[in-house]
Design a protein around this ligand. Structure first.
Ligand SMILES: Nc1ncnc2c1ncn2[C@@H]1O[C@H](COP(=O)(O)OP(=O)(O)OP(=O)(O)O)[C@@H](O)[C@H]1O
Length: 362
């Protein structure tokens, strides 16, 4: 479903102009991220889609139909909505929280709960959690339940307002991955609000950067916004390390992966080791490095090792290859396949050569 903002302005009764002449089209089946500093009108824009806020002028259209034409309650029931802290009902079980919209739409309890149990699985939670109350879940689990509840409407549009900002960075990354996976499976049109540019470029097919005063500063793909910010505001908002962030969109084609000799955990190393040795487990997955000149008594154990850097998954953008090389204690970035088995190593200067030779290099 496409969502079109046509010259939309929202002036609150106290005179605050939260959104000023916004015109943009969110394309069908994409994730579009509204990003910008606090108070720039992201939430107000989002809420005008499901009419929790009514525009002062202009219109919002869903697949060409003005949202102001119908009953707002019906409209809202048909649009998934996820907010920060999940906004779950504390006195309802997880299953009943997820089943909220199906129940409102007149499904019988059994069918609604069965659907809710399915959705728990869809968002990667064990069905056993269904009987708990929200307070008995971690923050990350609550957010997943919030997503499941929004999916229960089975609507083509999902609105997400800073849904992951209250959880720690590791959980957050997991939730972002999960959202990308769900999106590729379900193909919904998602509008996502965040103030975090990293989250925006990670999730968005398109990014709309708003400035305080509710004006659209730039609308484009993450790569366009990072590489060609239209003005100083966007440039400073996307940050000083935008060149590095831009590498998230550059394929690693041409990066030379060199073979590496590995030593297996549990094997016996005789004499001081030469150079850095990559140590793997029996499945050829990297476990760490043995520093040069190490002598090991008995079988090689995890405690003999120096922790490795980040791993570079073959076929993913070049940023990961550079990071793997720069974070490796041996200055050799470890390249792995999907089963995390070692394929070889890369050197930072070789990765940089490829970046420099690339027409898109920044
Ligand atoms: N009900 C309201 N009445 C008056 N002003 C409001 C109201 N809601 C929001 N505003 C103002 O409108 C502007 C935009 O608010 P909005 O919540 O849309 O911004 P935001 O970009 O989502 O901000 P944040 O990232 O801090 O949540 C702000 O100046 C805010 O104070």
């Amino acid at each position: 479903m496409t969502i079109e903002f046509r010259d939309v302005t929202k002036r609150y009764p106290d005179g605050t102009v939260a959104v000023d002449g916004l015109s943009l089209t969110v394309e069908d089946g994409t994730i579009t991220v509204f990003v910008g500093p606090s108070g720039c009108g992201k939430t107000t824009s989002l809420r005008m889609i499901n009419r929790m806020v009514e525009p002062t002028s202009g219109s919002v259209l869903l697949d060409g139909e003005d949202v102001s034409a119908g009953d707002p309650a019906v409209l809202r029931r048909g649009i998934g909505y996820v907010i920060q802290h999940a906004g779950l009902f504390p006195h309802r079980t997880v299953l009943d929280n997820i089943a909220t919209v199906p129940l409102l739409s007149g499904w019988d309890k059994r069918k609604a709960r069965a659907r809710a149990a399915e959705l728990l699985e869809t968002v990667g939670l064990p069905t056993g959690l269904g009987k708990r109350y929200p307070a008995q879940l971690s923050g990350g689990q609550q957010q997943r339940v919030g997503v499941a509840r929004a999916l229960a409407a089975d609507s083509p549009v999902l609105l997400m307002d800073e849904p992951f900002s209250a959880v720690d960075p590791v959980v957050r990354e997991g939730l972002q991955d999960e959202l990308l996976r769900l999106h590729s499976q379900l193909g919904k049109t998602i509008v996502f609000v965040t103030h975090d540019i990293d989250e925006a470029v990670r999730l968005g097919d398109k990014v709309a950067v708003l400035r305080v005063g509710g004006k659209l500063a730039q609308y484009g793909t993450p790569a366009e916004v990072l590489r060609h910010p239209v003005d100083d505001f966007v440039a400073s908002f996307v940050g000083r390390d935008r060149g590095y962030r831009g590498l998230s969109f550059l394929p690693a084609t041409g990066v030379q992966v060199s073979p590496v000799n590995t030593v297996e955990l549990g094997s016996t190393v005789t004499g001081p080791s030469e150079g850095w040795q990559l140590v793997v487990n029996e499945d050829k997955q990297p476990r760490g490095w043995l520093p040069p000149g190490s002598t090991v008594d008995g079988p090689l154990a995890e405690t003999d090792l120096v922790a490795g850097g980040s791993l570079y998954l073959e076929g993913t953008p070049i940023r990961g290859a550079l990071d793997a090389a720069l974070s490796s204690p041996a200055s050799l970035g470890v390249v792995v396949d999907e089963d995390l088995r070692v394929l070889g190593t890369v050197l930072a200067h070789q990765v940089l050569d490829v970046i420099e030779a690339s027409p898109q290099g920044s």
